[in-house]
Design a protein around this ligand. Sequence first.
Ligand SMILES: [Zn+2]
Length: 507
Amino acid sequence: MRGRNTACVVGLLLAVTGCTATANDTTTTVPTTSTTTVATTETLSAGDGTPGATGLNDPYNPSAGNGGYNVVHYELDLDLDVATGDMAGVASIEAIALDSLSSFNLDLHGLDVSAVAVNGVETASVVADGEMTVLADLDRGTAFTTTIGYSGVAGQVSSPSVGIPNGWIRSDDGMFTVNEPDGAPTWYPVNNHPSDKATYTISVTVDDPYTAVSNGLLMEKRSGDGTTTFVYSSDDPIASYLTVVAVGLFEEEPEAGPQGLPIRNYFSPDVTDVERSYFSRQAEMIGFFAGLYGPYPFDSYGSVVVDADFPAALETQTMSTFGRGVLRLEEAVVAHEIAHQWFGDSLTPASWRDIWLNEGFSTYAQWLWTEHTDGPEAFDGLVDNAYRTMSGLNLVGEDVAPALAAALAAQQYPPPGAPPLTNLFNASVYQRGALTLHAMRLQVGDDTFFEAVRSYAMAYQHQNVTTADFIEVAEEVSGQDLDALFDAWLFAEAVPSIPQLGLAPPG
Ligand SMILES: [Zn+2]
């Protein structure tokens, strides 16, 4: 076993804080220089500023993220014992104070913090209920670096918004992360909200012969004493839910993408040839989508297929993650995750409320890929089936009258523009979201539709977006008032008719 003494890794002299303090700790004053300090979140403040907010007031998860600062760059050094899952981490987080702060918060779940420093000076901190509060005296506009040593066996959080595990997950030959929407704080301290995108350098040290995969370009592969350190770097900003680390006995299969774009695929050894074959047209997919949406937005792409029957894939930036459970859906899911590199990764919703901007756009792109490979009838079939499912037409039969079918569908598939917090990724944000785009296309015509979507993708590259941003571009490019169309498709309970296709809801 290798030593995993976090305090040594950080290079700090003292472990400053009692970092597993609970709400029962009642220390009333906090020394600004100290040895061992235990405090409540409420008492941890310094200087003339005010405490940073513990959330960003996203209506879909008010406590998600933290206020008072904006992160510029994360540098994560993770030292992982693959067999036990024991991890020692050091996070260096460069940020800008947006207010005068007496303290600020990061999100962190289930890991032990051994030492914290702000701009190289040790400071006190407390972790409780997924919130880490760091004592600091910062003027508004100050750039500052927070260094945090931490350790433990990372785990999972149950997210209010999604039914699949979120966080750090074991696979048959290693582990992988699934962060969307709440998993990132299970493995690093983070401002966990999609509106605070930042660049990343992620270094992962694993025992030989394991391979560690992460976002961006592999900058360095360093051999140690029976270990290898993999250093990845991303110059383009990433939302924390799109960061990834996957470790396994991966077989690397590199290929060349359009214009020399490097594509690196990592397959766990048990991944079958049939499963691998779904990835054989990634270069063509990237070229196809670049033709529709503008240049591929990043310096690399790749897919990692982990040896777990995990029933999902995630569009982790530049390195999509696939559980083997999802590959039964075949090639279309590979196209879907590539389309997300534009819609979700480059253009990231400012609030979870607008998740249809990810899923509706990527589902529509996936349908376009199917049209490209299987012809217009296949595309028409996807549109028709989605409409029948979303509207309830599919349910109408001897036992189900049209009005009941419409009511059942409305209950199961709420309008995609404001999905329920407890069912954020319901099928409506995918399918009715995609139908919303198709309805717009039928109204404004093919050329205008694709020009609008491309203009939107180019205008907001690497930024955050809202539904209003897209509607504004769509109206500008088309010269039409599209409010009624988007209101009906995104926010009205009843699925609108598509007269051009002879489709109308039951009843
Ligand atoms: Zn998706």
